[in-house]
Design a protein around this ligand. Structure first.
Ligand SMILES: [Cu+2]
Length: 325
């Protein structure tokens, strides 16, 4: 018993109501609908558990064996009881089924006409975000304007993933060969964390994402920066650009105007991301240099090879990429 107490304390210490991955804080209409059903199911279960445990306790006490007591009356078949324990669970299921089915239909409804379209592509082990109506492509960090409906089209070229940003919406599977949709209105500006929620291979656990819900002005600023051509690098960053341009990087990565690879994330404005490797590390020069030298040391199974760049070369490339914003 005693060793269990610190263990319990340590486990509960990991609980936070408002943590970045909390499922009990809803910041979109979609998340609120899900949370509402979750509440109904939880409270229905609590009521049933109370009834069962109280009845069980009472029966155990009332009918426990006493010395010398005669054999109690033996019952075979009891129509009223049979009907009761058929009808009661059916009612309980009905209470849960009605709101559940309503919410399923509501969350599958066609998006509003003014919705912002975003194509979400789940890849091993990162996320690509395309804004077809805005002409912007980015990765791992999705920016959305607060208050405007967004229509996400989920698709992917490799294996099944699942898009899940607990406070905004999901989980919805990302299935190769078909397009799943998810419509929501992000309500409050802030940073929301997400995670692939369907096992997809070695670095599934490292396939995170961030959603930044911006005020409309912030979103306009972000969008303008995404569309602008980054300033021509100078000094170390210019060296880095030359190394980037003559390395295999260009076969896998797009930097608008420099390279057009599509196997890895678009790096056109990589410097404006806060994280590296699908939410895995903060986007700092040191982390970036380490990633460029040996990404597999940071992310097991990663589909980006180590290209054998030395420390100085990798640092120059990092300086170049960090300046793309
Ligand atoms: Cu996954």
């Amino acid at each position: 018993m005693r060793p269990a107490l610190p263990l319990l304390a340590a486990t509960l210490g990991g609980c936070a109501w408002d943590g970045p991955m909390s499922t009990v804080v809803a910041r979109s209409d979609f998340a609120r609908d899900i949370l509402e059903v979750y509440g109904i199911v939880t409270w229905a279960t609590v009521v049933i558990a109370l009834v069962v445990f109280v009845a069980l306790g009472w029966i155990l006490l009332r009918f426990r064996e006493k010395p010398g007591a005669p054999l109690p009356a033996q019952t075979h078949g009891h129509t009223l009881l049979e009907i009761a324990w058929t009808v009661a669970p059916a009612l309980a299921l009905l209470v849960i089924a009605i709101p559940t089915i309503q919410v399923i239909f509501r969350t599958q409804a066609a998006p509003a006409a003014q919705a912002l379209d975003v194509t979400v592509r789940g890849r091993q082990w990162w996320w690509e975000f395309r804004y077809p109506s805005l002409g912007v492509v980015t990765a791992n960090e999705l920016h959305l304007p607060a208050g405007r409906p967004v229509a996400l089209s989920l698709e992917g070229p490799d294996v099944i993933h699942s898009f899940w940003v607990p406070q905004l919406g999901g989980k919805r599977d990302v299935i190769p060969g078909r397009v799943n949709r998810l419509t929501l209105v992000p309500e409050r500006p802030g940073e929301y964390w997400g995670q692939c929620a369907e096992f997809c291979g070695a670095s599934h656990a490292n396939m995170g994402l961030r959603v930044f819900v911006d005020t409309p002005e912030e979103f306009a600023r972000w969008l303008a920066a995404q569309r602008a051509t980054p300033a021509e690098p100078t000094g170390l960053a210019a060296e880095g650009k030359a190394i980037y341009a003559r390395s295999a990087c260009v076969g896998c990565h797009t930097v608008r105007g420099v390279s057009a690879g599509v196997l890895g994330p678009d790096l056109t404005t990589f410097g404006s991301r806060t994280t590296l490797g699908a939410g895995l590390r903060p986007n700092t020069l040191d982390n970036l240099t380490a990633w460029i030298r040996d990404p597999a040391a940071i992310k097991p199974g990663v589909k980006m090879p180590a290209l054998g760049l030395g420390e100085a070369e990798a640092r120059a490339v990092a300086a170049y990429l960090a300046g793309l914003k």
